[in-house]
Design a protein around this ligand. Structure first.
Ligand code: SF4
Ligand code: SF4
Length: 409
């Protein structure tokens, strides 16, 4: 059901022009719960006050790789995640039409609470104007709303997207226009041209956009400075590197991980995720960190990051973490696949081991391992060592393969 004009006006006033403190207070009194400590920042020229922590839904895509059990669990959990975020004062949800049925799930989850959330969604810019406009109409239907707050080109920009977005804006179907991509230089061109109100850019302590794709931190921070100058809003995606950190940090039976977490807790920081979020948010040119939260508990923990102050001791622990994790954890870069004469599926095997060990999905993990052809399993390894020579993480692949086989076979 589409919101009435009056409620839209009140929502805009609520989300766009009230002071940060007032927004936090209103969100709390609505839920009738104890005071929450969400903080808000202005999103550039949009003048929207966005919560420092927002929800991203790339897990809708990623969890498909985790097998049907995890994928459906994520879809079932998403409404509770949204509710918890709103209850904690978060006011920002973001997805893309290409992230499976997350738009529909979000639309249902926001029913009755639409006025508390800013909806940002995206489509591929590699289409013609008519197709992009039709895609936006479908997104509006799936969200059960008559306006999308932020509409962006997913993974880039095109003249067609720019033209379609302007038309949609004139028709009142979207409010603000932006783009997402991994390359600061591509954003820079559009920011300089004045065509975007906001951008979504990867930014994290590890300088990773995906498992292994390096990002240019200096270039990114210079881009953020430019955005400030041009009054373009900055939203950060992959603040935790796109799942590299969470997966590694779940190995709590590893004494190195356990030691690191103990030190973090000693200074009041619950987990590594919080430390990574605090690092991102210490950059005042960033308005919002968009996080792929998978459970309601993730929301509670991630939102708590805004209440803490990033200190030099956090920086030291993150340095330690980076050194440990990169030397111990498979980034799924697939470099080893290019040199393995036996065609062993090393990254897949390590991924299945992660499902088994870190997520506790033993049956899924074993089934996935069994689905590999014999010559792709760990037993096909001839111990030639070529993979270890090229692995950017300098992993001891051969013994790790043996350990994985012992768990999964
Ligand atoms: S050590 Fe094993 S997994 Fe690595 S390249 Fe050689 S055969 Fe492949
Ligand atoms: S084992 Fe090393 S080379 Fe292979 S995918 Fe993992 S990180 Fe990359």
């Amino acid at each position: 059901m589409k919101p009435q004009t009056a409620s839209l006006i009140s929502r805009r006033r609520f989300l766009g022009t009230t002071t940060a403190a007032a927004v936090g207070l209103l969100a709390e009194s609505r839920a009738g719960q104890p005071a929450k400590a969400m903080k808000y920042r202005r999103l550039g020229r949009t003048n929207l006050q966005v919560s420092e922590i927002g929800l991203g839904c790339a897990s809708g895509l990623r969890s498909q790789q985790l097998g049907p059990e995890l994928f459906n669990r994520y879809r079932e959990e998403l409404p509770a995640i949204v509710q918890k975020l709103l209850d904690r004062g978060g006011n920002f949800v973001s997805t893309s039409a290409s992230y499976h049925d997350t738009e529909e799930i979000l639309g249902r989850a926001l029913k009755g609470r639409r006025n508390e959330a800013l909806i940002f969604t995206a489509t591929s810019p590699k289409r013609d104007v008519k197709t992009i406009m039709a895609a936006c109409e479908r997104s509006l239907e799936r969200f059960q709303t008559d306006v999308i707050d932020g509409y962006f080109g997913h993974g880039g920009w095109s003249d067609a997207f720019g033209e379609a977005a302007q038309k949609l804006k004139q028709q009142g179907k979207i409010r603000f226009v932006g783009m997402s991509c991994h390359v600061p230089e591509e954003h820079r061109v559009r920011v300089e041209a004045g065509v975007v109100d906001f951008i979504l850019q990867p930014y994290n302590y590890m300088n990773l956009a995906k498992w292994t794709e390096q990002t240019d931190r200096v270039g990114t921070e210079q881009l953020f400075e430019l955005c400030k100058k041009k009054d373009v809003g900055v939203m950060v995606i992959k603040p935790m590197t796109g799942h590299f950190i969470p997966n590694w940090a779940k190995q709590t039976n590893d004494p190195k991980v356990a030691g690191l977490l103990k030190e973090l807790k000693a200074q009041g920081t619950e987990n590594l995720y919080q430390a990574f979020l605090m690092w991102v948010l210490k950059n005042r040119n960033v308005s919002c960190a968009i996080v792929g939260m998978n459970t309601a508990q993730d929301v509670v923990e991630d939102c708590a990051a805004v209440t803490q102050k990033f200190r030099a001791s956090h920086e030291r622990l993150l340095e330690q973490y980076a050194a440990l994790a990169t030397g111990d954890y498979c980034r799924m870069c697939e470099t080893c696949l290019t040199v393995c004469p036996a065609q062993v599926r090393v990254p897949d095997i390590f991924r299945f081991r992660m499902y088994y060990q870190n997520y506790g999905h033993r049956r899924d993990a074993r089934e996935l391992y069994a689905s590999l052809a014999r010559h792709q399993q760990a037993t096909a390894c001839t111990e030639c060592g070529r993979c270890e020579n090229v692995c950017p993480g300098h992993l001891s692949i051969v013994p790790k393969l043996k350990a994985a086989h012992a768990l999964l076979a």
